[in-house]
Design a protein. Structure first.
Ligand SMILES: Nc1ncnc2c1ncn2[C@@H]1O[C@H](COP(=O)(O)OP(=O)(O)OP(=O)(O)O)[C@@H](O)[C@H]1O
Length: 278
């Protein structure tokens, strides 16, 4: 990483209360530290249950932190609540695996996108509408998308709406929690291209949570490997994927072979022109 980190996670620990009487709390995350640079993409990989989403949720303030700190642009956000947390929402946003779950099915897409833009803003409705039309164009959707409901879109298009909502207020960091896992390969690639393009133009950083090593090798500059709530390996994504040092990472790579980067580039070129239709 170069430059000042936009996100710092320092000795993070998360324990969930145990369900059984007299049972000790379950430690899910233990002593996790990492940084994400401005406009950098860092992948967080690991098997199901290793604690990836818990870290994402702790960074977003959705899961209480037992120990350690989360700093956003140097500000300690670990235990913020209420208004202070809402103010922070301008700087940090999230995209989840199931966009349908995070879009209100009863509202036209334009209304869903307008809500955060109108909250505490001096912009007129006309200005907000203009901004939303621009956002929809930017993510490859037609302008009339604003008047349609989430159910009237494909899975890939819904994920584009979720991406538009996440970038609407130009956050500094976006937590992407398996954002493309529910999509087919072509749609997934188009969504990744869109995220990369938005990063270039907006300068936002991504913490990219995934179990898919094939995705990280091309998409993320650096990769952190999580096992049982601890980081066991970290480094440049190409190194982690091609020369894994830790036995656990080797097993992950063996379970999901990473395609040759040249082949991946060739496939990307073949996809040109398909993005907006998915
Ligand atoms: N609210 C909760 N209460 C108790 N335990 C929880 C809670 N949320 C998650 N866990 C446990 O924490 C561990 C890590 O879960 P987490 O969802 O962070 O893993 P993950 O790596 O994101 O998995 P996946 O890839 O399947 O989403 C799991 O053992 C899970 O059962």
């Amino acid at each position: 990483m170069t430059g000042t980190p936009i996100l710092q996670v320092d000795a993070l620990a998360v324990r969930y209360p145990s369900r059984g009487w007299r049972k000790p709390p379950t430690t899910v995350i233990e002593d996790v530290s990492f940084e994400v640079g401005q406009a950098e993409t860092v992948a967080l990989v690991g098997e199901s249950g290793s604690g990836k989403s818990t870290i994402g949720r702790a960074v977003l303030g959705l899961t209480p932190v037992t120990a350690g700190r989360v700093l956003l642009d140097g500000r300690d956000t670990t235990h913020l609540s209420g208004r202070a947390r809402r103010v922070l929402a301008t700087d940090i946003q999230a995209i989840f695996q199931n966009p349908y779950g995070s879009l209100n099915p009863a509202l036209p897409v334009g209304r869903t996108l307008a809500e955060p833009l109108l909250a505490g803003s001096s912009r007129s409705r006309g200005e907000v509408r203009e901004h939303i039309n621009g956002l929809l164009r930017r993510v490859g959707l037609p302008e009339d998308a604003a008047d349609r409901y989430p159910a009237q879109f494909s899975g890939g298009q819904r994920q584009r709406i979720a991406i538009a909502r996440a970038v609407a207020r130009q956050p500094r960091v976006i937590i992407c929690d398996e954002p493309t896992s529910a999509l087919d390969v072509t749609t997934q690639a188009a969504a990744l291209d869109l995220l990369a393009e938005l990063q270039q133009s907006l300068g936002c950083a991504y913490l990219f949570i995934t179990h898919d090593l094939a995705v990280v090798s091309e998409f993320a500059a650096r990769t952190l490997v999580l096992r049982h709530g601890r980081i066991v390996e970290e480094g440049r994504s190409t190194d982690v994927c091609n020369q894994p040092q830790h036995e656990y990472t080797r097993r992950l790579v063996a379970a999901a072979p990473v395609p040759d980067p040249a082949l991946q580039r060739e496939r990307r070129q073949q996809r040109v022109g398909m993005e907006a239709t998915t």
